[in-house]
Ligand binder design. Structure first.
Ligand SMILES: Cc1cc2nc3c(=O)[nH]c(=O)nc-3n(C[C@H](O)[C@H](O)[C@H](O)COP(=O)(O)O)c2cc1C
Length: 317
């Protein structure tokens, strides 16, 4: 077994477009707040890139409570994209200037024009207005939130999605990541459409539309009636979808859905993912990200491997 090229362990660096990241583990949008770090400040930031909670052009109040609950093997939520809107978000963003990891700003919306206006506003801020030098390397287009009336429309329609990506390509030179919805019959068609229109990467999966009943009243538990399921329950479905997409596109794939260990992460990478996102697992265990990075290195070491390229896509052959 080799000690790896640096002598201190396997090489975990990965590339997202032109951006080099120190390891493949990022957070899933909406499940981790960089400003809520308990100790150690921003230096202790465990993720190699940061995806803030989805921001929309205008503020949104989100759905009526209850908005989140546990199921036997996962979490179901219907937050409904509660956020302060892009204008207020700019202040939060400036506060992240010291973050040691690049930021991918998650943008959501109803109509395509809302995405464009939000990204234009962010570009203007980052380009001229702010001298905070926030390390924003790109945008993640959340076209897949299942908990807002129009949330899933664009992501489920390859032509509308391609038009959106094409339009945003003319607004920014930063990376465009498209977050795909699993609530479709064929996840490959939107992935291909995103790539064709100029996306730099795709991420999948967002949550699966699902329902939980109040055990006593037998009525829907969540205020929104339905919500999105994530966590261990969805991992095998997410793996299958990541494998299908990775086999069909040439751009990097960010795989997520139920990742709670280095083993889970390695399985997504074996299915073709370049990066892996951790969501619900961090809600239960704030130390999960550091542990998962260490377990990925251990998993490579145990197999006598030096780098992630040696396992990427092995499940596709
Ligand atoms: C409480 C909660 C809030 C979320 N908010 C967002 C969001 O704002 N934007 C987004 O793209 N995904 C959001 N998601 C989905 C996650 O980013 C991720 O795609 C999903 O939870 C699957 O990963 P997991 O099984 O590791 O949690 C949210 C998930 C949860 C549980």
């Amino acid at each position: 077994v080799t000690a790896g090229r640096s002598g201190s362990g396997p090489d975990l660096t990965v590339r997202l477009g032109g951006v080099e990241l120190r390891h493949p583990v990022v957070n899933a949008s909406g499940t981790y707040e960089a400003d809520s770090l308990a100790s150690g400040g921003l230096d202790a930031f465990p993720f190699s890139a940061y995806f803030p909670k989805t921001v929309t052009l205008e503020a949104r109040a989100g759905n009526p409570p209850p908005r989140i609950t546990e199921t036997p093997s996962g979490v179901i939520n219907a937050i409904g994209l509660e956020n302060p809107g892009v204008e207020a978000f700019l202040t939060e963003l400036d506060g992240l200037a010291g973050l040691p990891s690049p930021i991918v700003v998650s943008v959501g919306g109803g109509a395509a024009a809302d995405y464009r206006s939000a990204v234009e506003r962010l570009e203007r801020h980052l380009g001229e207005e702010s001298d905070a030098h926030v390390p924003v390397c790109g945008y993640e287009l959340n076209v897949s939130c299942p908990n807002v009336a129009s949330g899933v429309a664009i992501g489920a329609d390859p032509e509308a999605l391609a038009a959106l990506v094409d339009d945003l390509r003319s607004v920014t030179d930063r990376l465009l990541v498209v977050k795909l919805t699993p609530n479709v019959t064929d996840v490959v068609a939107p992935a291909r459409a995103a790539e064709r229109a100029g996306a730099d990467a795709v991420s999948l999966v967002n949550t699966f539309r699902a329902m939980v009943l109040d055990r006593e009243t037998l009525r829907p538990f969540l205020g929104n009636r339905t919500g999105g399921l994530c966590g261990p329950a969805i991992k095998p479905i997410a793996l299958r979808m990541v494998a299908e997409v990775a086999a069909a596109v040439g751009i990097p794939v960010i795989g997520l859905g139920g990742i709670a260990s280095g083993q889970d992460a390695l399985e997504f990478i074996a299915c073709g993912a370049t990066l892996v996102g951790v969501g619900a697992a961090v809600l239960a265990d704030p130390e999960a990200p550091q542990r998962i990075v260490a377990e990925i290195a251990d998993g490579l070491r145990r197999r006598g491997l030096d780098e992630l390229d040696e396992i990427r896509g092995v499940a596709l052959k």
